[in-house]
Design a binder for this molecule. Structure first.
Ligand code: A2P
Length: 265
């Protein structure tokens, strides 16, 4: 069974070239073994170079990329993964995700089924070890039962205390789908929240570390993004700070359906 390292570096909005190369290299030096990119982030090339520079054995690494909306469809999916692998300079990714449930055109339901057949073929060919989805709602996941031979291993969604998607998390847990939390720091927009600050003070941790820890406590894989070495290190240094049940409840109650990205519902 393929193990997914629980903390990964998210690289959305990190420019290609030196900036992303450095971020990946610093992450690997800090102990990360999981990097999460996507075709549409336009930094797969730099991510691949950063991984190479990090010199970590390939089998220890866990690399994710994603299929963009315009690449939905059976043939396009196969073409897209090959292009991503070429940019990443890898023979396979550990996880390939359908980035969004909708396509560029009208027949999105048919497209989803076609795309997923492509994803299953990608896995069969060994181009991706695991396949999954991103931004899928319970409805999209239920619909998959009608066309999927292999159900997704992962659903990567926006998740943090200010957008605690409890029903979706429970649905995924019941159905054996791992939640990966993107924008776990609410895109940096809630880092000065008073309640988070109070809890951070109690544990002697930073606010970012409390938000990262919250996701881990819920059993989510967590993907904080940073371009700064010290923050990349800080976000990984959360393994010794178990939050008490009461504090978890307080953080859960911060939910206000605050989305920093598109709403798939
Ligand atoms: P930067 O990349 O300049 O470090 P999310 O992962 O939720 O999308 O949040 C990313 C945002 O949070 C970015 O703006 C990032 O800025 C910032 N950030 C990441 N880690 C930390 C940290 N430890 N402390 C403060 N801000 C952080």
């Amino acid at each position: 069974m393929r193990i997914i390292p629980r903390i990964g570096l998210g690289v959305w909005q990190i420019p290609d070239g030196e900036i992303v190369r450095n971020a990946v290299r610093w992450a690997l030096e800090a102990g990360y073994r999981h990097i999460d990119t996507a075709m549409i982030y336009r930094n797969e090339k730099g991510v691949g170079e950063g991984i190479k520079a990090g010199n970590v054995p390939r089998e220890e690494m866990f690399v994710t990329t994603k299929l963009w909306i315009s690449d939905q469809g059976y043939d396009s999916a196969l073409k897209a993964i090959r292009a991503s692998l070429e940019r990443l300079q890898l023979d396979y990714v550990d996880l390939y995700l359908v980035h969004w449930p909708f396509a560029d055109e009208e027949k999105t339901q048919e497209k989803r089924a076609d795309t997923w057949r492509g994803m299953e073929e990608i896995q069969r060919l060994g181009l991706a070890r695991l396949i999954g989805v991103s931004n899928y709602t319970e409805t999209h996941l239920e619909e998959m039962r009608s066309y999927a031979k292999v159900m997704p291993t992962v659903n990567q969604v926006e998740m943090h205390p200010f957008l605690y998607q409890k029903a979706l998390a429970e649905y995924c847990a019941t159905n054996g789908i791992q939640i990966e939390a993107y924008s776990p720091l609410a895109h940096g927009e809630k880092l000065n929240d008073k309640t988070v600050s109070k809890i951070a003070k109690k544990y002697g941790k930073s606010n970012a570390q409390i938000l990262t820890r919250w996701a881990l406590e819920h059993g989510f894989v967590v993907l904080p993004k940073s371009t700064h070495k010290e923050r990349i290190e800080e976000n990984f240094d959360v393994l010794d700070s178990k939050l008490e049940t009461e504090d978890m409840k307080t953080l859960d109650n911060l939910n206000e359906n605050f989305r920093t990205c598109w709403d798939p519902y």
